[in-house]
Design a binder for this molecule. Structure first.
Ligand code: PMP
Ligand code: GLN
Length: 389
């Protein structure tokens, strides 16, 4: 953006420009390249859930729903947390429906943080974390994850805590790396939170996308964590309706109420006809969740094989629908430059992971590809990328 375009921007947002997702999707639209950048599926979710939304539209569910969300959806979220994780929640007060996970994250940070507080998160971080921490007046403290394993360095984690730490903001399964935090890492994070009286905010939007027989472990299920953890998720990834923007935050009443206080002044409510449809989706049989996971795991393998053939170093993800790579085997150094030229060189769009790192030296050669696409699209992208070498 030119300087003049930013002349009126609040200093709180001075370091933020157009998100990389918008930038790269616009690049794909402009060039006609295959878009493996922004993470959205190229096929819609279950037809019966679309029908449920149509029914709600025709059935008159078109005015403001209740502030915390319709009872049927709050009950379905509580039932989902019990069914998959054994977490008990009161749909009245411990479940809040939001405009996607994005709003839940924003409202959590705005509702729970004081100016001067610090929020610990892991880099590479989902871009809205940095922006919403800044909007809340808090400061981010980063723990760096490095390929190939993206493991948490226990010393770096310990060093990130100070007397001003308000919360740890955790994303597992993790975008953009595809890392699923290990039980040991979760235990360590939980121990710090308990010992220091720090809150946990967990972003679990990829909870159903964990591969190779791994299980998703919500931080709230660890000893002493339910009372200090706000758990966030959404329907976008699990049901392939990223445009519906139905999300939720769950946890102890006092945390959820703080988030709701902020949330009511952001959107107040949204998505009236989509709320009953997602209530139905959350109750789909186990077979839905299992086949969705198996399908995405096969797509992961398909794209990873293609990227390896193309000569990239591939860091095979344990979860999410993203895979990160190192471009240096291709003789390239700078992921941003690489991604800007990729449409013209290979007809593919990807995302430079460096934008999610404050430590630019770690992120510079890393590039993220999304595999939530039809097999034919993945194959075509792989064939095009194979010409790079
Ligand atoms: N958190 C992470 C880690 C994400 O990748 C995304 C993108 N879907 C979101 C939050 C936002 O989710 P939603 O679309 O439900 O707002
Ligand atoms: N979560 C998606 C991604 O990481 C995109 C979301 C967005 O465009 N903000 O690619």
């Amino acid at each position: 953006m030119a300087t003049t375009e930013r002349a009126f921007l609040s200093t709180k947002l001075a370091e933020f420009g157009t998100t990389i997702f918008a930038e790269m999707s616009a690049l794909a639209a402009r060039t006609g390249a295959i878009n493996l950048g922004q993470g959205f599926p190229d096929t819609d979710g279950p037809e019966e859930i679309v029908e449920a939304a149509v029914e709600a539209l025709r059935g008159g569910q078109n005015q403001y729903p209740p502030g915390p969300g319709i009872p049927a959806l709050r009950e379905a979220v509580a039932a989902h947390q019990r069914r998959f994780y054994g977490l008990e929640l009161d749909p009245d007060g411990e479940v809040l429906i939001t405009t996607g996970a994005t709003e839940a994250i924003a409202a959590a940070l705005l509702g729970l943080c004081e100016p001067g507080d610090e929020v610990i998160t892991f880099e590479p971080y989902y871009d809205s974390y940095a922006a919403c921490i800044a909007l809340s007046g808090a400061t981010r403290r980063l723990v760096t994850l490095r390929p190939p394993g993206y493991a948490v360095d226990p010393d770096a984690l310990a060093a990130a805590f100070t007397s001003r730490t308000r919360a740890v903001l955790l994303n597992s399964p993790h975008n953009p790396t595809g890392k699923v935090f290990t039980r040991q890492e979760l235990d360590l994070i939980a121990a710090h939170c308990r010992e220091r009286g720090v809150l946990a905010i967990t972003d679990e939007v990829y909870e159903h996308l964990v591969f190779d027989g791994r299980a998703h472990v919500p931080l709230a299920t660890l000893p002493g964590m339910a009372e200090r953890t706000l758990t966030i998720s959404s329907a976008g990834k699990t049901f392939s309706f990223t445009g519906w923007k139905i999300g939720w935050a769950t946890g102890p009443r006092a945390l959820v109420s703080a988030v709701q206080t902020a949330k009511q002044y952001l959107t107040y409510v949204s998505g009236a006809p989509f709320q009953p449809a997602i209530a139905q989706a959350l109750g789909l049989p186990d077979a839905y969740f299992e086949s969705f996971r198996a399908e995405l795991q096969a797509k992961r393998d398909r794209l990873c094989a293609g990227l390896e053939m193309a000569g990239l170093e591939v860091f095979r993800p344990d979860g999410t629908y993203f895979v990160t790579t190192d471009i240096r085997p291709l003789g390239e150094e700078d992921g941003h430059v690489f991604c800007l030229r990729l449409p013209e060189r290979a007809g593919v769009v990807a995302v430079p992971t460096v934008v999610f790192y404050d430590d630019k030296d770690v992120g510079r050669p890393l590039v993220r590809f999304a595999f939530c696409k039809r097999d034919a699209v993945i194959d075509e992208a792989a064939a095009r990328l194979s010409r790079l070498g």
